[in-house]
Write a protein that binds this ligand. Structure first.
Ligand SMILES: [Zn+2]
Length: 383
């Protein structure tokens, strides 16, 4: 993220004020002070900052309780944040209100192997067009693979030549003059789904199960990245009985080798199904009740459930959300669920929800917008 130190990005009251107004849970300064349990002056300063920044606006008069009628606070309707979900071969771009709601989105073809400059130029064509719709306050962008969020750059030399060390956040921030938040796809999918379901509280894990498997962890409504940004790397969990297949990480028997979409394609082809080329091919065969495809999808779900059971016992989340192409398969989700319930302690599962993500294919855009909103430049007026 590219935030200067004198802004309110990490000011919890500012963040909560914006959230309460966005959710319609507080409409005036006095309601905000009551909800937050802080002094009216504390709220007043921050509301003024949000008004000055064009994030909130005052509208009409609220209902009087005897004295002067309070001004009603609303999220400014002419302000937006932009989000982008960059994949290997395509990118999705979203435009969001300042409450985080996704207003519209579109997909474009990109090729990350062209390098960061050319790829980001393609994104910029769409961003430039969206700039005309109103004032853009911040941008959030998801990169595929490990991301160093302190520099806003990707660390994936093999699949993304030219990208390591390139500061994506700074590059876009210089171009658009707004703060740019950068993180990886799994963390942002987790943040996007969690905030839609639970807001700023609660704990969850979101697993992105598609051609590859990744996961993001949310603790108390915020992304848990760990000491070296490696938290949530479930894909290299060793699975007993997985057949010791070599993994891209150099070990054998990782979850990725038996439960990823890529591994299902490989297993179908090993058994003579040469027409199968993508995860979608396997899933559509399973939908048509092909016995081998169905068995492989179920087994993949059982393996993922096995890997998750240790995490669920240890972390005790409120929910496990599944996103990515595999999450569209009901037999896959059913297998994950039954393995987790079977293998976990009842205390860890008594209120646990295991569901496909409600934000679906837009989870990452939602998360990128949430992170962008938290990175907005809103100077707090001095007391
Ligand atoms: Zn591995």
């Amino acid at each position: 993220m590219t935030n200067s130190a004198d802004t309110a990005v990490d000011d919890p009251h500012t963040r909560r004020i914006l959230d309460l107004v966005a959710r319609g849970e507080a409409r005036s300064r006095s309601e905000l002070a009551a909800s937050l349990g802080v002094a009216a002056s504390t709220v007043g300063l921050r509301v003024q900052s949000l008004l000055d920044a064009g994030v909130l606006r005052e509208a009409g008069d609220g209902t009087s309780r005897g004295g002067r009628r309070p001004r009603v606070l609303q999220i400014a309707a002419d302000g937006f944040v932009l989000s982008a979900d960059l994949g290997g071969g395509h990118a999705r771009i979203g435009r969001h209100s300042l409450s985080g709601a996704l207003l519209d989105s579109e997909s474009i073809a990109v090729d990350v192997t062209e390098g960061p400059q050319a790829t980001l130029d393609r994104l910029a064509v769409v961003f430039d067009r969206l700039l005309s719709s109103g004032r853009i306050h911040a941008i959030g962008i998801s990169l595929p693979g490990p991301v160093d969020i302190s520099t806003g750059s990707v660390d994936q030399p093999s699949r993304m030549p030219g990208w390591p060390g390139f500061r994506v956040g700074e590059h876009l921030s210089a171009r658009y003059g707004v703060p740019v938040a950068v993180d990886n796809d799994a963390n942002l999918a987790a943040l996007g789904e969690h905030r839609e379901r639970f807001g700023h509280t609660g704990h969850s894990i979101t697993v992105k199960a598609g051609t590859a498997i990744g996961s993001g962890i949310i603790v108390d409504g915020h992304v848990h990245r760990g000491a070296t940004s490696a938290a949530g790397d479930i894909t290299h969990t060793r699975i007993d009985g997985s057949g010791d297949i070599p993994c891209s990480c150099g070990n054998t028997g990782c979850l990725e080798t038996v439960a990823s979409g890529a591994s299902l394609v490989r297993q179908m082809r090993e058994r003579g199904n040469d027409a199968v080329r993508t995860t979608t091919d396997v899933l559509s065969l399973a939908r048509d009740a092909d016995p081998l495809a169905t068995t492989l999808v179920r087994t993949a779900g059982t393996h993922l459930g096995q890997a998750l059971s240790g995490v669920v016992n240890f972390f005790n989340p409120h929910a496990v959300f599944l996103t990515g192409s595999m999450s569209a398969s009901e037999p896959f989700i059913a297998a994950v669920r039954s393995r987790v319930y079977e293998a976990c302690h009842p205390l860890a599962t008594q209120r646990l929800r295991i569901e496909s993500a409600a934000t679906g294919a837009d989870a990452i855009l939602h998360g990128a917008a949430r992170l962008a909103l938290e990175g907005m430049d809103i100077p707090v007026a001095a007391a």
